[in-house]
Design a protein around this ligand. Structure first.
Ligand SMILES: Cc1ncc(COP(=O)(O)O)c(C=O)c1O
Length: 466
């Protein structure tokens, strides 16, 4: 339900150049340059198409260090859409995580969550002891019909509280569509059950709502009690449950920023003094006023079903088409991306050789499409320096909102099918250099055997150097 009024030219560089670019990027898709990328499906973060009204919001933004009316318009939008009285901006989602960790996490403490996100885990574990993942067993089954693989297991939460005691739990965290296991939603029934347990033990409940609208859209489609409700109503219902809410504005609101919001003044006042220390003054919090202008429009627009559902519907189509040719993908389709299951796609590559990283590199060589490794490369070493195997090895092909059309998706399906037919050519990777934290961003890897060359030659033989 959108039309395109501004376009950006892209180019498919020949396969020989793609092979070279992948080598120069250390087989890490984060390190590619956009000039070498045809379809950038690395992420949905900070790369969505903004609406005309968002651009208008940018132009109208009131540039003031303190007291900008644009901030107050944003706060009104947060109150109207999410139902929160208190809000602060942060420069992005991880900055909100930093402030929450700074205020609530003490040495030795743990954070139970339905599933971790990379930056969340880094912040929690830099100050506390560990993130504890307490999902239902189905969450890690890549092929499933469970509509709510993002649910937290209430019994496991009770066990964690018994084991650690409430003093060692900083807060309980629910992520709206669990990013790392395939953008899978939680249900409102589950969220309320978790709330009840938190109430019984005096624990703070935090929602990471970076993808709240996709979670709400999927609830509307999958949770009986909410069929017939609007996205706006479901979002409001979710937001009524936690003590604290934060989000990366780079996703649902299609800008570059973030926020923390709540109705709990006492909790808000504990975080607020740190905002000008780490982010910026209270009425901009590290964001430019122009982005806040676009964000206040984005908060209102994100609950429009044609925004909340645009990537969900594309992902459903993408996943279902790949299932027709038996390509192993995460099911049911979620929010955020189409995820290839690398351990099934290239089962001959052991997990110690980073199959998800290898598959993401191979997909780039075979198509010019940039995806993201979400597997063991994305897991940092433990405190003893040992490798940590990821629960799942996924090649994540993200759908930024309102950016790609069905013909782009058809192209991606065609190249993934080609790669699947030639999957035996793909082999593993090994690290040649890795940074101490969030290694997936900047780590350099090398192919085990010259499989990038073999894949390129096979491609050229069938299609030429295109
Ligand atoms: C669930 C979730 N939480 C937090 C973040 C961090 O947000 P940002 O990239 O804006 O720092 C992300 C980013 O992808 C995310 O997906």
């Amino acid at each position: 339900m959108h039309k395109t009024r501004m376009v950006q030219k892209i180019a498919l560089v020949p396969v020989e150049e793609r092979l070279k670019a992948m080598g120069e990027a250390g087989y890490n898709t984060f390190l590619l340059r956009t000039k070498d990328i045809f379809l950038d499906m690395l992420t949905d973060s900070g790369v969505n198409a903004m609406s005309d009204n968002q651009f208008a919001g940018m132009l109208k933004a009131d540039d003031a260090y303190a007291g900008s009316m644009t901030f107050y318009e944003f706060a009104d939008a947060v109150r109207d859409v999410l139902g929160y009285k208190y809000v602060m901006n942060t420069h992005q989602g991880r900055a909100a995580e930093h402030l929450l960790a700074k205020v609530f996490i003490k040495a030795g403490q743990v954070v139970p969550t339905n599933y971790h996100f990379t930056t969340t885990k880094a912040h929690i574990e830099l100050l506390g002891e560990a993130v504890l993942e307490i999902y239902f067993d189905d969450a890690l089954k890549t092929e499933s019909t469970n509509p709510f693989k993002g649910n937290m297991d209430p019994q496991k939460l009770k066990d964690v509280i018994k084991k650690y005691g409430k003093e060692r739990i900083s807060f309980v965290r629910m992520e709206a569509t669990t990013n790392l296991i395939g953008g899978q939603p939680f249900s409102i029934a589950n969220l309320k059950e978790i709330r009840q347990i938190c109430n019984e033990h005096g624990l703070i409940l935090v929602i990471d709502g970076s993808l709240i609208c996709e979670n709400a859209y999927l609830i509307m489609q999958r949770e009986k009690a909410f069929q017939g409700k609007t996205v706006a109503e479901v979002v409001r219902e979710i937001c009524s449950v936690p003590d604290l809410f934060y989000m990366s504005g780079r996703k649902n609101t299609s800008v570059r920023g973030g926020m923390i919001a709540t109705n709990n003044k006492e909790l808000f006042d504990r975080i607020r003094p740190w905002l000008p220390v780490y982010e910026g003054f209270y009425t901009y919090g590290g964001m430019s006023m122009r982005e806040i202008g676009a964000m206040s429009v984005g908060v209102r627009e994100m609950v429009d079903p044609s925004v909340a559902g645009c990537s969900v519907e594309q992902i459903k189509y993408f996943v279902n088409r790949l299932l027709e040719t038996h390509v192993p993908v995460v099911t049911p389709p979620g929010g955020l991306a189409c995820h290839l299951d690398a351990m099934k796609f290239i089962p001959h590559v052991p997990q110690s050789q980073y199959p998800a990283g290898a598959l993401s590199a191979a997909l780039y060589i075979a198509s010019g499409i940039r995806s993201m490794e979400r597997g063991s490369v994305s897991m940092d070493r433990d405190k003893q320096g040992r490798e940590v195997a990821a629960d799942v090895e996924l090649c994540r092909i993200a759908l930024p909102r309102r950016v790609y059309s069905m013909s782009h998706i058809e192209y991606a399906i065609d190249r993934i099918n080609w790669l699947y037919k030639h999957r035996d050519l793909v082999n593993g990777l090994k690290f040649v250099w890795e940074p101490p934290v969030l290694r997936f961003f900047d780590g350099r890897l090398e192919p085990i055997g010259d499989w990038g060359r073999a894949l390129t030659d096979a491609y050229k033989k069938e299609m030429g150097n295109v």
